[in-house]
Write a new protein. Structure first.
Lengths: 190, 404
């Protein structure tokens, strides 16, 4: 939660974006993030993003689902309410497997979606600063983090030289916060 | 040129040595088992040959299937090492001839004291269940199906290779052969669906336990054969890579092959368990005898090892991304998976005729080595016959840039 200053550059083509990102990374400016209207293949590599541990989280959620299902069913069928099903033993593992499988998948899927939303700071009921309203439409937006000592004209000129079609300097909240978009705000953005 | 593969002396000698072991064991087995007086030994001799020849035939046909599937899905990543499944597919006929001869002999000429101990449906007289199945389970049907199936598989295996070579010699940027291959692939999937995925395993393997049946059986056999087929492809790719060939193949391709091995190990378990659970749940005696013998009877050790080798090991070892990108882990797991599914075929075939008189000894392993040697020998011979890079293929660039 911090108000920061950003230099923003908008590109209208993927083919310009990739060299631009490379130049920005080489220039030494601090890259805040890149916003694109669709998933751009290979951009994570170009940005030098490290692979997240989302899949490790997924494994842990999955194991949690497995043990919840097996534990819960074992407790029900063996101690809480034992019923004789066709003469089978109370603790019949093969019969538990389908539900165990489903619960593993459910826990892993829901857990990973929520974790994914957390890592990307998206969720219903939270807000995040939008650098350019067309970043979800047809513009690729690169945001650089700058501060009061930065020579703004120099940054803007540099961004223009990389092929930006639009540039701006914005002071904005860098993280997400609770709140809802109201209609007025949405109109102003658009 | 690294595009050309020359068989290293070590590989040739190893494969010839394996074949020699196989032939030696076969002769030795013939002398001691067929010449002996033990009924079970005579059955064992042919049953092991059936198990191995069918296993290697289905495993090599899986290579034809992956080519057809990749061609229809227009998958580019496989093009980097396309020559390997092609070379395996082009040699389906070798295993087809062997398996066909063994199967037809067992159905027609094999008997121990007047009883066909392997396919006892050949004499259905007096057995109401077998008489009811007579319309499908009879010698003529068996021989016809076997010949047609094997002929079609061999034809498609060679056809795909021929088409791929034609693509290489076609004019630059021509996609004519590519679309011809597309159509033939659709045809092969139809053939494959009607043979491997439905009828053929019923006749060849399931009819060993002729009283028992399972509608999941062919899928289960297919899963087994496909995951071992992908492992064999991976072993060849890794060998060629180590040999300095296949420059186009990177960790990305190895990763994708690893994903196939992982995913289809899980798929195998899914089908295997689906078949088991329904029978366990409904608990009908005529169905449960099949598993009684395997799970609680003399085969329980193998039954549980198959589960551990084919499910627990792949899921734990191949789950993480780095392990699918590591040449050692995938090679090791490929060998484990092939052995595991060979054991799976063992437990599909042996319990019916042999009961508690089973062996897993020199004869079984020797025949397995012989077939493995034959596979290495014929496939590496075919690999030398053309460039390892499928030049002129429309998706070649995509294969090079592939990221898994």
């Amino acid at each position: 939660m911090a108000i920061k200053k950003f230099a923003v550059a908008c590109y209208d083509d993927e083919e310009v974006l990739f060299p631009a990102v490379k130049q920005v990374r080489n220039s030494g400016y601090k890259l805040h993030d890149v916003y694109t209207p669709f998933p751009v293949h290979g951009l994570d590599g170009a940005l030098g993003l490290k692979e997240t541990d989302l899949h490790v989280a997924g494994f842990i959620y999955g194991i949690t689902g497995t043990s919840t299902a097996v534990g819960f069913m074992s407790w029900i069928f063996c101690s809480d309410w034992p019923i004789n099903f066709g003469g089978k033993p109370h603790w019949s593992l093969p019969a538990f497997i389908p539900i165990t499988f489903e619960l593993t998948v459910l826990f892993a899927a829901v857990g990973m979606v929520l974790t994914f939303c957390y890592l990307n700071q998206i969720m219903p009921g939270v807000k995040k600063h939008v650098f350019h309203p067309r970043q979800t439409d047809d513009l690729f937006v690169v945001a650089l983090e700058i501060n009061d000592h930065t020579n703004e004209a120099e940054v803007i000129n540099f961004l223009k030289s990389t092929g930006a079609v639009e540039t701006s300097v914005q002071v904005a909240e860098s993280e997400w916060w609770f709140g809802r978009w109201d209609k007025k705000e949405a109109y102003e953005l658009a | 040129m690294t595009e050309r593969f020359e068989i290293p002396a070590r590989l040739r000698n190893t494969s010839l040595a394996l074949i020699a072991v196989g032939v030696l064991v076969l002769i030795l087995g013939g002398v001691t088992m067929l010449g002996g007086h033990d009924h079970h030994d005579k059955t064992r001799f042919w049953l092991v040959l059936l198990q191995n020849s069918v296993f290697f035939l289905l495993l090599s046909v899986a290579s034809v299937f992956i080519q057809a599937a990749a061609s229809l899905a227009q998958g580019g990543w496989i093009v980097a090492y396309k020559r390997v499944p092609e070379a395996i597919g082009a040699n389906v006929w070798v295993f087809g001839l062997i398996a066909g001869a063994i199967l037809i002999f067992i159905a027609t000429g094999f008997s121990v004291d007047g009883h066909n101990t392997i396919y006892h449906w050949v004499h259905p007289e007096g057995d109401r269940i077998l008489e009811g199945k007579k319309a499908f389970l009879n010698k003529e049907m068996f021989i016809g199906f076997t010949i047609v199936t094997i002929a079609l598989w061999s034809f498609f295996g060679r056809k795909f290779r021929a088409l791929s070579l034609a693509q290489e010699n076609a004019p630059k940027n021509s996609t004519k052969v590519y679309w011809t291959m597309f159509k033939w692939s659709a045809g092969f999937l139809l053939v494959y669906a009607l043979t491997q995925m439905s009828t053929t395993p019923w006749l060849w393997i399931m009819s060993i336990d002729a009283h028992w049946y399972s509608t999941m059986f062919s899928w289960y056999t297919f899963a087994s054969a496909f995951v071992s087929g992908m492992s064999v492809i991976l072993l060849f790719v890794v060998f060629l890579k180590n040999n300095g060939n296949l420059e186009l193949v990177t960790k990305e391709h190895i990763h994708d092959l690893g994903k196939f091995m992982f995913a289809f190990s899980v798929f195998w378990t899914y089908v295997w368990f689906a078949q088991y659970m329904l029978i366990w749940y409904s608990n009908i005696p005529e169905e449960t005898t099949y598993f009684k013998m395997r799970q609680h009877g003399p085969y329980s050790l193998i039954w549980y090892s198959v589960f551990i080798i084919n499910f627990i090991m792949p899921i734990l070892i191949l789950m993480a991304r780095p392990s699918k990108r590591n040449y050692f882990t995938v090679t090791f797991m490929a060998m484990v998976i092939i052995f595991g599914h060979w054991l799976d075929f063992y437990i599909m075939t042996m319990p019916g005729p042999l009961g508690k008189h089973w062996h897993l000894g020199w004869y079984e392993l020797g025949i397995f080595m012989g077939f493995a040697g034959l596979l290495i020998f014929v496939v590496s011979n075919t690999l030398t016959k053309s460039s390892l890079v499928p030049g002129n293929h429309p998706l070649l660039k995509e294969a090079m840039l592939h990221q898994s």
